[in-house]
Design a binder for this molecule. Structure first.
Ligand SMILES: [Zn+2]
Length: 442
């Protein structure tokens, strides 16, 4: 037996998964015997290499989607994919797709990846970890000469930070108006997609339907501080929160701040202030991880000597359950009615059109990730993602899941964003073992 063949057989046997009937059957032993591990040093050095694309003289990252830096970063990544034998192509939405054949190419592919664009002055780990981690899995399978049953696909989505454009397009959610929208680069989305090798005129060609992909996995930094604070190595993402915005208009009566008695006032700002506190109380009144914020406010007319006549505020609620968001909002509305009555003001809410629906990840995949991480000796926590990700769209066409690793200080979308090399390595190992388990178990 060739040495390579031996390693392949040994590692597959060690996986001990051929005998498992389904994902539910995953146990501690599923991956613990498998010695296959990613190369953590290679992951970290590639993170630093990619960070150089679009880094300005002060060390700040500017690799915004559709800019020259994005184009160069993508070219660097595509070259690595070519070297890894993935024959990368660019779909009409500008997504980079690399394919690796399986033993049975009639099976639907297991897909994984993330994005490599960043927000202006962003960090070097958001998206890039999931992209480089995904490539690392391919490298290890190549080095160990392991062929999976399912074909594999590495996907790098275009313009994630500008509105998850590539993944939205892939699930058929991009409209003509959406392509006209101006992106951070200055180009419209359509022009930007063209600049990176896509074809906005034929955007539908990139659409993948329900059932086209066996499973989708995304490794990502947490971008919050929970894992680090609780000293947990791997986050199993239960879903990506929905976000709803309301404009709140409080109308009172502007009058002389000196000549109007205190009991004669219809002070819009006073009513609005009570409402801000009520929002906080309502959000905190029930168990769960929901968040609610009044994040903007303007006061009219805005003078020392005038009682505020009108206040406009912005309310945002996020949660994994759309019903819970609605329930919380109804209670806020009820409190607002009481405040309005007591303060002789009028309070209106206008729900904004740009809401994003909560997206749940696949329960079976969550269990697989959790069991795989545990079998590798890692502590885990089931958690939600407060930030948006390409996975929220992919979950509408395929069983989808996300693996989180700690962000130091919970800082993201900032040059201070940082994740430790060991955490990145752990996350990529969980990604790899999860892929191998899914491949064998159904
Ligand atoms: Zn991201």
């Amino acid at each position: 037996m060739q040495r390579r063949q031996f390693i392949q057989n040994a590692s597959l046997t060690a996986l001990g998964i051929a005998t498992f009937g389904g994902i539910k059957a995953v146990t501690r032993s599923a991956a613990s015997g498998n010695a296959l591990r990613v190369n953590g040093k290679r992951i970290e050095s590639r993170i630093f290499e990619l960070a150089k694309f679009g880094m300005d003289a002060n060390g700040h990252g500017t690799r915004v989607a559709f800019t020259q830096a994005d184009i160069e970063g993508r070219a660097w990544f595509i070259a690595l994919m070519k070297k890894a034998g993935l024959n990368p192509t660019i779909d009409t939405a500008g997504n980079i797709i690399g394919k690796r054949k399986g033993k049975n190419n009639a099976l639907k592919p297991i897909a994984f990846g993330s994005h490599i664009d960043m927000v202006p002055d962003g960090g070097n780990y958001d998206g890039t970890l999931g992209s480089i981690g995904a490539l690392e899995v391919i490298e290890i399978l190549n080095e160990q000469n392991i062929m999976t049953e399912h074909p594999l696909e590495l996907i790098i989505f275009s313009n994630e930070e500008g509105g998850t454009i590539g993944s939205k397009a892939m699930v058929g959610d991009i409209t003509k108006e959406g392509l006209q929208q101006r992106s951070q680069s200055g180009l419209t989305m359509g022009e930007g997609i063209r600049a990176i090798g896509g074809n906005p005129d034929d955007i539908q060609s990139c659409i993948r339907k329900k059932g086209d992909i066996h499973a989708w996995l995304e490794l990502h930094i947490e971008q919050g501080g929970i894992l680090e604070k609780e000293n947990i190595q791997i986050g199993v993402v239960e879903g990506i929160v929905g976000i709803v915005h309301w404009e709140i208009i409080v109308e009172g009566f502007s009058n002389h701040a000196g000549a109007t008695q205190m009991n004669m006032r219809q002070d819009a700002l006073l009513a609005a202030s009570k409402l801000v506190i009520a929002v906080n109380e309502v959000i905190n009144s029930v168990k769960g991880t929901q968040v609610g914020t009044v994040g903007k406010i303007s006061v009219l007319p805005g003078a020392y000597n005038v009682i505020p006549g009108k206040v406009q505020m912005g309310l945002e609620i996020r949660d994994l359950s759309a019903d819970k968001i609605d329930m919380l909002f109804k209670e806020i509305e009820r409190r607002a009615a009481l405040i309005a009555k007591a303060s002789k003001t009028n309070i209106r809410f206008e729900r904004q059109a740009n809401e994003s629906k909560p997206a749940l990840t696949d329960k079976k995949l969550q269990q697989t990730i959790n069991a795989t991480a545990k079998s590798l000796g890692f502590s885990t926590k089931f958690m939600q993602s407060g930030a948006g990700h390409d996975t929220q769209h992919m979950s509408s066409i395929a069983p989808a899941a996300m693996i989180f690793i700690p962000s130091v200080g919970g800082i993201s979308h900032s040059p201070k964003e940082f994740s430790k090399a060991i955490d990145m390595e752990n996350g990529a190992n969980v990604l790899m073992q999860t892929i191998l388990f899914i491949d064998k178990s159904n």
